[in-house]
Write a protein of this length. Structure first.
Length: 391
């Protein structure tokens, strides 16, 4: 038998439901006037950060559903991606598709968002012999992570770059760039862009009127390294413009050789308990991330090395350059090996383990810079005892 208090609560619940229904009917009329009477309130995407959990709040009777669907953790196996790239190269001429690419899509978005996380897109591109994409410019920032042994060529603001596997080629917003392949074998790279974010903000556009490009003085090959590649030594003059974008790197090539050397130099240190040996690619003079929206990093996990649990409020995409292992995300295991891509969304707890007999090297792309700029970047870890630690 219900208590008096329970009866009062039940009566009040029925009364509130009648009020909500009446307001919803009124909303049918208000819809024609493009207004909405608030009948329910927004449900937060996450529980409070200080609780140390990545769980989402339970939906109640008077909560709306989440307005923006969050991404889910996922691994894109290279064998699956590669088979479609090979079909593309047989079927599609460059003039038909403009870009011969396979785009990675997060399962959470279905066909409603060609993106890996809310702010980032990954497109795996393939160019066969003779392919030559016309010079273009766009407002989103972009980069190429070279997957094949040779990376063809990229022209950025007149600088010719001939990258190899593991090199990072940056085409910041507002820079004219073109790509092609003059070799006999197909070349493959991963394009990483902040296109979803820039598009959401209404700022995405592109140009193809190369004839109106500013004079970039045709810098010599290797210019990025010669002019910007001497750490701690800064030239006191600017030889020519490097695009019209704001807040991005002027150094367009970061080589795999330099990256591996830096990781090797640090290999004897303990490193971070949450990331192992980790480095960040930064603008040569300011030390800021290469893009104002995406930070690019590389990490080395030694054989058998396992990281402690870690999470932050930024989403991170990983590319496996070398090695094999697994990442546990909120207790779910994701196996990875050479050339696989993986996404760990923001707020999710992760640990990483190198299960191979050699070093594992992973590149990562994270939207931490933009999350930091809007004042919402936080980190947490757990120590060896399992205690929650604010980092």
């Amino acid at each position: 038998m219900a208590t008096k208090k329970e009866e009062v609560q039940s009566d009040r619940a029925r009364e509130l439901e009648l009020i909500i229904n009446e307001l919803d009917e009124l909303n049918e009329e208000a819809r024609d006037k493009n207004v909405w009477i608030r009948t329910k309130w927004n449900l937060p995407n996450q529980k409070a950060w200080h609780l140390g959990t990545s769980d989402t709040p339970e939906r109640g009777a008077y909560n709306l559903g989440m307005e923006h669907v969050p991404p889910v953790p996922y691994v894109w196996k290279w064998a699956n991606t590669e088979q479609y790239l090979m079909k593309l190269i047989d079927l599609c001429p460059l003039e038909l598709t403009e870009r011969q690419s396979v785009l990675l899509t997060n399962p959470a978005y279905g066909t409603h968002g060609v993106k890996v996380a809310g702010t980032m897109r990954i497109a795996i591109s393939i160019y066969k012999k003779g392919d030559d994409a016309e010079s273009h410019m766009h407002s989103p920032n972009a980069s190429r992570t070279i997957i094949s042994e040779s990376g063809g060529f990229t022209m950025v603001e007149g600088e010719r770059i001939e990258p190899v596997r593991g090199d990072l080629v940056f085409t910041p917003n507002g820079t004219w760039h073109a790509h092609g392949n003059e070799g006999d074998k197909p070349v493959i790279w991963a394009d990483t862009l902040d296109w979803p974010l820039i598009d959401y903000l209404g700022c995405a556009w592109n140009r193809n009127d190369w004839e109106n490009a500013a004079d970039h003085k045709n810098p010599e090959m290797g210019f990025s390294d010669k002019f910007y590649g001497h750490g701690g030594i800064r030239p006191r003059f600017e030889p020519h413009p490097r695009g019209e974008g704001i807040g991005s790197t002027d150094k367009f090539l970061y080589s795999a050789t330099d990256t591996r050397a830096a990781l090797n130099d640090l290999r004897g240190f303990d490193g971070s308990p949450y990331e192992g040996i980790s480095v960040e690619f930064v603008q040569p003079y300011s030390g800021e991330p290469t893009f104002s929206t995406i930070s690019y990093r590389a990490q080395l996990l030694r054989p058998g090395e396992a990281t402690l649990p870690y999470r932050h409020t930024a989403s991170t995409i990983f590319f496996v350059l070398e090695g094999s292992g697994h990442t546990d995300v909120d207790g779910e295991r994701f196996e990875w090996e050479k050339n696989d891509f993986m996404v760990v969304p923001n707020h999710r707890w992760r640990t990483m383990v190198n299960t191979g007999k050699t070093d594992a090297i992973l590149y990562s792309y994270t939207d931490q810079p933009v999350v930091s700029k809007i004042g919402h970047y936080r980190e947490q870890g757990r120590d060896k005892s399992g205690a929650l630690v604010d980092l």
